[in-house]
Design a protein. Sequence first.
Length: 94
Amino acid sequence: MQVSQEEILHIANLAHLNIEENEIENYLTNLQDILNFANIVNNAPVENLDITIGANEAKNVFRKDEIKVFQDTESLLQNATSQEQNMFKIPKVL
């Protein structure tokens, strides 16, 4: 697919870019390179490939959510500015 100067100017207008006359050729070359690469990717042979989501089979490993009783609550709460029923008391966050 070839890109014309008019198309470059139209794209620049849509993107609110101020392109100087001497920059059009540079934009034209860069956009053409991008479109050529996209064409290569679109035409890559993928018929006999397996579907993959990631490069490996790793997945998130979560620990079981268990309640544990902490024995030394006094030392845990010793630096709390305020506490209530063996818990940190914090200001309301709305």
